[in-house]
Design a protein around this ligand. Structure first.
Ligand code: KIV
Length: 262
């Protein structure tokens, strides 16, 4: 999968799939799957580190996840999420963050929002770094938005989000994530830009879909927003496996003789 393959897939009307991943063992499973590309998202701060939102994610934290994912998925296209404020400093510090991710094994970076980011996107693209945009509900704006809220509810907000998508394409983004916006708006954006739109809570008309791996596998406990579909009840299955292990140990059924050394 390359950046130009993605555009071809959009033109051919073939849907794209992206899944988040933060560690080597999940990456090995994704490597052997038909998933098109992997996002090392700043959601790692919540999913892997237990924070309430993505604000505590740092370049160092995510770079370690990128390295682990690259070791597990040597051939997949990996997008690394630039965390909160890591691309809002001076050009040198912004570029250091990007360099860290690309040298850790990423093929592209993602950054949230458009306002004030266009010239940096252009600079990255001119430097050989593919950039994915992310608009709509941008979780790094949780404090400004007053929570994780659906965006683009009124016509002014819808015009702004559509203009953001077009401006990010113009700046050189190869793709854009549309998070938690009305389906009709996502459909309008998808037809008005030539880059693939990847939706999460944005309806079926997007060119592709992304989900957090743990949400998709039912490993996120009671966290189940409307846009998540669980393809496995992983939490329940893991719980059952652990209960069986404990019972076997207590009943002296594990290990069997064949599972020991003579
Ligand atoms: O960090 C993340 O997981 C994301 C996806 C929700 C798109 O940005």
């Amino acid at each position: 999968m390359t950046v130009s393959d993605l555009k071809k897939r959009k033109l051919a009307g073939e849907k794209l799939t992206m899944v988040t991943c933060y560690d080597a063992w999940s990456a090995r499973i994704l490597e052997a799957s038909p998933v098109d590309f992997i996002l090392v998202g700043d959601s790692a701060a919540m999913v892997m580190h237990g924070f309430r939102d993505t604000i505590p994610a740092t370049v160092e934290m995510l770079a370690a996840h990128v390295e682990a994912v690259r070791r597990g998925a040597p051939t997949k296209f990996i997008v690394a999420d630039l965390p909160f404020l890591a691309f809002r400093g001076d050009l040198n510090s912004n570029m250091r963050a990007v360099q860290t991710f690309m040298q850790a094994g990423a093929n592209a970076v993602k950054l949230e929002s458009r306002d004030g980011n266009e010239s940096f996107v252009r600079h990255l693209v001119e430097s050989g770094v593919p950039v994915m945009g992310h608009i709509g509900l941008t979780p790094q704006f949780v404090n400004a938005f007053g929570g994780f809220k659906v965006q683009g509810r009124d016509s002014d907000a819808q015009k702004k989000i559509l203009a953001d998508a077009q401006a990010l394409e113009e700046a050189g983004c190869f793709s854009v994530v549309l998070e938690c916006i009305p389906q009709s708006l996502a459909a309008e954006i998808t037809t008005s830009v030539s880059i693939p739109t990847i939706g999460i809570g944005a309806g079926v008309m997007c060119d592709g879909q992304v989900l957090v791996l743990q949400d998709l596998l039912g490993l996120s406990g009671n966290f189940k927003p409307k846009f998540v579909r669980r393809y496995l009840e992983g939490g329940e299955l893991v719980g059952q496996a652990l209960a069986r292990f404990c019972a076997d140990v207590r009943e002296r059924k594990f290990p069997a003789e064949s599972e020991g050394y003579q």
